[in-house]
Design a protein around this ligand. Sequence first.
Ligand code: 5AD
Ligand code: FES
Length: 360
Amino acid sequence: MSATPELLGLIERLECEHSLSEAEYARLIDGRTPELADALRERAVRVRKEIYGNAVFVRGLIELSSWCKNDCRYCGIRRSNDKAERYRLTPEDILACCREGWDLGFRTFVLQGGEDPWFTDERLVPLLQSIKAEFPDCAVTLSLGERSRESYQRLFEAGADRYLLRHETADAEHYWKLHPRELSWQHRMDCLRALKEIGYQVGCGFMVGSPYQTSAQLAKDLKFIEQFRPHMCGIGPFIPHKDTPFRDEPAGSVELTCYLLSILRLIQPNLLLPSTTALGTLDPQGREKGILAGANVVMPNLSPVSVRKKYMLYDNKICTGDESAQCRSCLSLRMASIGYEVVTSRGDPAGGIEGIRNSE
Ligand code: 5AD
Ligand code: FES
């Protein structure tokens, strides 16, 4: 007997109530079929269209350092990878990227990097102040890992608007399998809560198909997101990197990632959901598939082409060759080809951030 009618019922309820039990999320994940994926996708696209029309928001990603003091087992720039090429952009380099980005139509800059101790508050505060002074109509997103609450506060006061910190997994046991003991799941969760309390627009997220991941753990991720109510959520397939302990692990699946994107859209209709570079790396049409499943953000690379190959979190990452200088126009064409329009705006969540903040 097909389980489809029951699961279609769950999807209908999810769309109305924006919530399922953890066991029901797991049922939906385990029961995935092309038919259910279509049903989810169709609803997710409809819900997103009502809020965002056919707009896709764009963020200029500036990868400011490949130095990292952490040793996450999945990541190509982990500190014990002595084959990783290390670089660090200067504040002047970063401002130059923003200037180029502004001309290309970016109104959000995402400063992302490994946890590089060189980027102290003393260095970041004046950088943020300069960016905000020169580009007052732009949002600045930081993605610099775990820092103290005081540091998050100072960076917010210096002008940072948003912070991305993937929780990686909502299951503490699973977290230990992906990270060395010196990193703590509890601390990661505390950071996310602190960021929200300070007033950032906050993004969490996880990898799909990371080693040891089960559907019960993915269900926990969905429940966590439902309850935490982030403004953004970045999910992408795990992709093995040849110089990490997970080199022989299988990559995650594009189809499951898209399925989860559709579920997330129904959990939180105004969520900012990027269609990630990792999706585009596993499948040449991956980012288009992500948008068609319910995502509404793309984050093309704005880093200088000379450093792009050095920010290799996983093997075969796209947009690192000479041809990639114009990711913004490449992505605009790609999105136009599927009927979407990349818009020049800050791309804040619909309903304003007050609608989301502290609604737990
Ligand atoms: N495959 C896919 N995503 C990865 N990340 C790090 N390493 C990999 C990998 N091998 C993701 C993590 C991190 C984000 C910046 O990139 O989720 O939070
Ligand atoms: Fe980078 Fe297409 S988005 S080359």
